[in-house]
Design a protein around this ligand. Sequence first.
Ligand code: ZN
Length: 233
Amino acid sequence: MNHQSQPLSSGRHSDKSLFDISIPIQSGMVQWPGDPPIQIETTLDVSKGDPATVRTLTLGSHTGTHVDAFSHFNPAKGSLDEMDLSPYLGKALVVSIPSVKEITGPLLEQSITGMLDLDIHALRGQRLLLKTKNSDTPWFKNAFNPEFCHLNPNCVPVLEKWGISLVGIDYLSVEGYDVNGAPTHHALIQAGIYILEGIYLGDIVPGWYELLCLPLKIHQGDGAMARAVLRAL
Ligand SMILES: [Zn+2]
């Protein structure tokens, strides 16, 4: 597999097979319209004589790179601390679906089956990360863009047919901005498919990886930030 440079210069990666696909959390960063603005303030500061440096974070539970618990839309389906961890860890296929604003079921099917050497049965129980036009630019540095690429709910029967355990998208939501009633979220939750949002795949070459992505354990969480990393296989 051919890899380009490290996707984000956030820290040192002594292990060259690791790719950080999380976005940095910082004050004033892009957020879903209506969610709380992200603010990070220094409360205690060693350089000002305090015994330690401690910052206060003010942010929503769906900030940056994060997962949605099923309870985000369906309280009967379980909050974050009740959800299985296994979909967050394991083999993941990164697939490129460039240019479009909306991924439909037929387009998803065509994009996957068009991948050379892919055994469709190998997808069963695995994760699917969608590299779209959103990753053409480091979107997390820009203001909210309502034209981001998202999933039509008719993708869900396709994902279900393949046995996908988790789907990831490279913007803040799997759902289109102007879509009423969150049909894609509801269909994914109904199908028991886990949701990872807010990743950045700009430097990631499509293909198989290992996904490592654990959300914070927030009591009765509706979602939580996660550090998402790909390991080359
Ligand atoms: Zn979310």
